[in-house]
Design a protein around this ligand. Structure first.
Ligand code: ATP
Ligand code: MG
Length: 777
């Protein structure tokens, strides 16, 4: 064994082996919490410490957030700024970057737009309409799904038409023209200079296959490739990794077959199983010690997964404390389930002095979040929902982004259609339809058609023609501005000049104001991005980069970590994460396991793996809750406890059988804990015989403490700052991202008030006070 270099002390012997493994392929297969991600991180650090150039390393992670955290960790370990040069991120973001360099070989502009799922769906819907097809048979969401799965299996339009089975299957499903829709969709995306999410992988594959010199270039560049969560790679991703690593074979993958949960999106567990066949002399490593969770949680998780027939043999143990048993709670309705979760979080916070960020509530489907949210809101517990409708999917945000997208890529059809008449400027749908037809006819973009209106006889009246020309002139003026200004300045100008901000302001309703605030938050985000990117070596903080970041941002990525909230998310999204306290709600048949996943053993086993993932997120304490009645599809239905509850060995669980169902927790929530306490009510929530201590209400001294804590746990919802009166020249401040500094100068007034700050780490920045996350010290 090599002598341990200081940083390698943070690894156990089993982890050390794959970190020190010399060149060649290696795979680490191990259970949850055993340090797979840690091994990957340390291996990269170690490679760099041994002199491997950071430019030669590519790491693929499940979220961009995970990549950022890894980079930070690596920089800590090797103590250098070299970590900035690492190519690290999700498959989509890494290969979007690669396509910006080399996509031109496939005929794409380097400033191609990335269509998100909504853009794809809108385009497909409009194609279906243009083709005059019945939208009840050709459902655009289903079609989008289908096209997506073709792309992920590398079935191009040509391959589709050459495969009689596929063509027949669609004909049988009464959708004989699906192939044509696929063809039109691909053509339209291409013409718009746009790639959808699946294209980012499909086109990368195409590029690497058709252009050997490009493949060579990247094989040579990425001499070391590392992949986290390998069990969830799909065929398209698998082929990219295989191609890139073919020359040097320095490929390190880590994963856990027991956590493969994306087969519905085409992930293929056989990628793990075949790894040893795909490469020669594979170093195989196993890790067994879990560092994350208590004995109870680890053992319970083991007992669940042992019910799966299809799995690799694995041992997981921990030397951590025994911990509390897993608590199972039954309630009468989903609303009460929500109240229980809120009350329990509240109580754990008080008993153990925990922050909100130490709690996560996980569910099988997004729609379950509502009842939980209601209860948390009523209890004044701040939370953040991940997934669902993300910030960037909101209408007003997409409107601003559409303008910005058009500035970068005027061919972007979906962006143009979205805002050509928003805010209203008298360009009607009939006109837009004429433009679309002409664009299709001439094989040009809509923007180009408008630019050439005088030459084309489209029978558009002179008033509308003028308005269309004004629109084009406006976008062109933004383009000119974009050459000099940074992304923030431009975006702010666009939001004002287009009348978007005014549109929502004038609306005057709370919704309108909320939208305006969201736009301000977006601008804030852009400024933050510009500032942040300037620190990085390989980026400039340009608008293109910002838009790419946004298009590929999952909600997890938006988490700036600057506020302390309970995390609400689906189990799928929670993969790889960890929290001290985890609540898994909706443990009911037909919900979890999902009704849609009980047709075959393999579907059921995937649900069970999902449960395994959920439970293994917990460090200290896990709660499983279910309800006897639940609103689903607008109806109150009887719910049965999930079979998974019974699969956990009894010794690891504790049943909290509520005494006064639907009553006790309600009283706790209803008590106005910040105002006058109604003591008679508190007496009602006093523990009764057989009631475990974890459900009793707050006592007097706890209440006092809580009152003091109020500012901390009230909801910080304002998007713009109230500017601190102490923020004057000479003041010492702390910025959530840039750290401590001193105010050199204050300038501007009102909303434009800015501070010039000399930060301790060396640089001087000018920040807009209404957005800057500053605290006066
Ligand atoms: P998952 O399967 O959920 O992705 P994982 O195998 O990737 O889990 P990690 O997230 O790398 O596991 O590690 C789990 C936790 O244990 C982390 O908090 C990590 O920092 C910690 N940990 C791992 N190995 C060690 C170690 N040798 N010493 C101390 N802490 C460790
Ligand atoms: Mg991990």
């Amino acid at each position: 064994m090599e002598e341990k270099i200081a940083y390698l002390k943070g690894l156990n012997e089993a982890q050390l082996a794959p970190v020190l493994h010399k060149d060649g392929p290696l795979m680490v297969i191990a259970g949850a919490g055993s340090g797979k991600t840690r091994v990957l991180t340390y291996r990269i650090a170690h490679l760099m410490a041994q002199g491997v150039d950071s430019f030669n390393i590519l790491a693929l992670t499940f979220t961009n957030k995970a990549a950022r955290e890894m980079k930070k960790r690596i920089a800590d370990i090797v103590g250098s700024s070299e970590a900035k040069n690492l190519w690290m991120g999700t498959f989509h973001s890494v290969f979007a970057k690669l396509l910006r360099f080399d996509g031109d070989k496939l005929g794409y502009p380097s400033n191609f737009t990335i269509y998100d799922t909504q853009d794809s769906q809108r385009l497909i819907a409009s194609i279906i309409k243009e083709m005059g097809l019945d939208k009840d048979i050709y459902k655009y969401k289903q079609i989008q799904n289908r096209i997506s799965s073709y792309k992920n299996s590398l079935i191009t339009v040509k391959a589709y038409f050459q495969n009689p089975e596929l063509v027949e299957a669609d004909a049988m499903a009464k959708r004989p023209r699906l192939g044509e829709i696929y063809q039109n969709y691909v053509d339209r995306c291409f013409k718009a200079g746009a790639m959808d999410f699946d294209d980012l992988l499909l086109r990368t594959n195409e590029l690497l296959t058709r252009f050997p010199e490009v493949l060579m270039k990247y094989q040579d560049r990425f001499r070391y490739i590392l992949v986290d969560e390998y069990q969830d790679t799909n065929h398209s991703q698998y082929l990219i990794v295989k191609a890139l690593s073919d020359r040097y074979q320095n490929i390190c993958v880590v994963g856990d077959d027991a956590q493969s949960i994306y087969s519905f999106r085409g992930a293929n567990i056989s990628n793990i199983l075949n790894f040893q066949k795909d490469y020669d002399d594979v170093g195989m490593y196993r890790l067994e010690q879990n560092y994350r969770s208590t004995k109870n949680i680890v053992n319970a998780a083991n007992s669940i997964i042992s019910n799966n027939k299809n799995q690799l043999e694995k041992v997981v143990w921990t030397s951590n404390d025994e911990g509390n048993k897993i608590k199972i709670h039954r309630s009468i309705t989903d609303a009460e389930e929500g109240r229980y979760v809120a009350a329990s979080i509240f109580e754990n916070k008080m008993q153990h002095q925990m922050g909100n960020g130490e709690f996560a509530v996980l569910y099988r489907t997004n729609s379950q979040s509502r009842a939980i949210e209601d209860a948390l809101r009523k209890s004044d517990i701040p939370y953040r929902i991940y997934g669902g409708l993300s910030f960037y999917q909101r209408k007003e945000i997409k409107d601003v982004l559409a303008y910005l997208r058009l500035v970068i890529n005027p061919k972007d059809e979906e962006a143009l259609k979205r805002i050509i008449n928003f805010p209203a400027r008298g360009i009607g749908q009939t006109t837009v339809d004429k433009l679309v037809v002409a664009a299709n006819h001439y094989g040009r973009s809509i923007f180009e058609v408008i630019e050439n209106l005088p030459k084309l006889n489209l029978k558009i009246n002179s008033g509308t023609t003028r308005r269309l020309e004004d629109f084009v002139t406006m976008i062109k003026s933004f383009q000119i501005m974009n050459e000099g200004a940074d992304a923030f300045t431009l975006a702010e100008h666009v939001a004002k000049k287009t009348g978007l901000l005014l549109e929502f302001k004038k609306d005057g309703t709370p919704e309108g104001i909320g939208k305006m605030e969201n736009i301000e938050e977006l601008l804030n985000g852009i400024q933050d991005f510009v500032e942040g990117q300037k620190e990085l070596a390989d980026t400039t903080g340009s608008l293109t980069e910002f838009l790419e970041d946004v298009a590929l941002a999952s909600d997890l990525d938006k988490d700036t970590g600057d506020d302390d909230r309970v995390a609400l998310m689906t189990i799928h999204l929670a993969k790889g994460l960890e929290f001290p306290y985890v609540y898994i709600v909706g443990m009911e048949e037909d919900l979890f396991p999902s009704a849609m996943s009980m047709n075959t053993r393999s579907e059921l086993e995937e649900e069970r793996r999902l449960f395994y993932v959920a439970l293994t997120r917990a460090e200290k304490q896990a709660y499983l809750t279910y309800t006897q009645n639940r609103y689903r599809w607008g109806k109150l239905i009887d719910a049965e406890p999930s079979r998974f509850l019974e699969e956990i060995e009894e010794q690891y669980v504790e049943n909290l059988t509520p005494v006064n169902d639907g009553y006790r927790y309600k009283s706790l929530i209803d008590a106005d804990i910040f105002g006058e306490v109604d003591k008679s009510r508190l007496r009602q929530v006093k523990p009764q015989n057989g009631t475990p201590p974890s459900v009793k209400g707050p006592n007097e001294s706890q209440l006092r403490k809580l009152r003091k804590l109020k500012p901390e746990i009230s909801r910080p919802s304002a998007n713009t700052n109230v500017i601190d009166a102490n923020l004057v020249e000479g003041a010492l401040v702390n910025h959530t991202r840039f750290g401590k500094g001193k105010v050199l100068k204050i300038e501007g007034v009102g909303n434009d008030k800015k501070a010039e700050i000399q930060f301790d780490r060396g640089d001087i920045k000018k920040l807009l006070l209404r957005f800057a996350k500053l605290e006066v010290l």
